[in-house]
Design a protein around this ligand. Structure first.
Ligand code: OAD
Length: 234
């Protein structure tokens, strides 16, 4: 089976009703990054930051995977599939994808403010100021904030370097280091971008842009991959 890696961003979950960040009406139009998504913000106003993520979590619990998430998990029957996502939702997992690497953390988990290795699944949507880890320190959202290290980056580079087919879905490719991940691909890999937005990615050799929403674009790509496999006997 060929090695296929999906690299997803917020547009992947847009059809599940979860807001993207930088589109018109996106989250970063309503909230300032410096107020809710940095360690400094957490130190300055924990209640505000915590409430922001509580609301995101509440919204996530009401959402379901869309046809795009389901299409990706169905590829496990035909490909060695890995999903690398910038998304903090769990919609890839709920759609059945088994190998999902989260670059920017996970909304349904929380962690100790003192020991980043003490990570817990949260029941329900609400983390309260005053909720503590087993060592007695305040719990925080398990999110990689701006200015923090991206610990999963090394694993992600390795996975992408082994991919024969790379499918980038619904990301503006504007937040580093995640956006630089495709630079670590092998030169022989094929890259597909599924996103309704405009991009200048002329420097990515072998790139095909399917300028559609995730569900529609992934369906089209599925047909293309089946046709390709039939022609090459792969
Ligand atoms: P952005 O909001 O920056 O980009 C969303 C992308 O999704 C855009 O390219 C849109 O064109 C595309 N899009 C919108 N609707 C779509 C749909 N239905 N189907 C497919 N694509 C669609 O989101 P990201 O690139 O994921 O990090 O943002 C990267 C990071 O910035 C996030 O992980 C988050 C944010 O700040 C942190 O919070 C650390």
């Amino acid at each position: 089976m060929k090695n296929l890696v999906v690299f997803s961003g917020a547009g992947m979950s847009a059809e599940s009703g979860i807001s993207t960040f930088r589109d018109k009406g996106g989250l970063w139009e309503k909230h300032r990054i410096e107020d809710v998504a940095t360690p400094e913000a957490w130190n300055k106003n924990r209640a505000l930051v915590n409430e922001f993520y509580n609301q995101r979590r509440k919204q996530l619990l009401e959402a379901s995977p869309n046809a795009g998430h389901l299409q990706i998990s169905a590829w496990q029957n035909n490909f060695e599939l890995h999903v690398i996502t910038q998304n903090v939702d769990d919609l890839h997992e709920r759609a059945g994808s088994q190998r999902v690497l989260h670059l920017h953390g996970e909304l349904r988990k929380v962690r100790s403010t003192l020991n980043p290795d003490l990570i817990y699944s949260l029941n329900g949507w609400e983390l309260k100021i005053g909720d503590k880890c087993e060592k007695g320190s305040q719990l925080r959202p398990h999110i990689v904030w701006f200015g923090e290290m991206v610990p999963a980056m090394e694993d992600a580079k390795k996975i992408i370097s082994q991919a024969e087919i790379i499918v980038v879905v619904g990301t503006s490719l504007s937040v580093y280091p995640a956006a630089g991940l495709i630079d670590f691909r092998s030169g022989s890999s094929k890259v597909y971008l599924i996103d309704p937005g405009d991009f200048d990615l002329h420097y990515v050799r072998g790139l095909t842009h399917i300028k559609k929403k995730a569900s529609e674009g992934l369906k089209e790509l599925d047909e293309l991959l089946i046709k390709d496999a039939a022609e090459t006997g792969a």
